[in-house]
Write a protein that binds this ligand. Structure first.
Ligand code: ZN
Length: 124
């Protein structure tokens, strides 16, 4: 009853998952950085969209009155994501990965404290 074309073919073996003590940390850093840039670039258009919707529904005067209270939550959420990315701790030295007390580099590819590069698979 089971035609040959319906015979399931065995799947090829899955590629080995990346291993190493730092793999999870780098994935977390990548996610935090993506959220930071998304929040950085998206908060203003999202707030503007809500303001324009309010303006269309209730008029320009109402939109001007509520502008601050509509924009503020978007801005606070964006700051939260930006702070979350900057508070990422280096998996080797447990210091903030991209900032010191006097220096901040959101684009750095290596820990500003110990020099551990992003993508290093395990402790060395
Ligand atoms: Zn470090």
């Amino acid at each position: 009853m089971n035609p040959a074309y319906r015979t399931p073919h065995p799947l090829p073996p899955a590629p080995p998952a990346p291993s190493g003590a730092y793999v999870r940390a780098w994935a977390d850093l990548k996610r935090r950085r993506a959220h930071r840039w998304l929040a950085f670039f998206a908060w203003a258009p999202c707030a503007l969209l809500v303001i324009l919707t309010i303006q269309a529904a209730f008029g320009e005067a109402t939109a001007h009155q509520v502008f601050f209270w509509v924009a503020l939550p978007f801005l606070l959420v964006a700051f939260g994501f930006m702070a979350r990315a900057s508070f990422f701790e280096c998996p080797r030295c447990d210091e903030k990965f991209e900032s010191t007390w006097y220096f901040r580099s959101p684009f750095t590819q290596a820990c500003v404290h110990c020099g551990l590069r992003i993508g290093t698979p395990r402790g060395s």
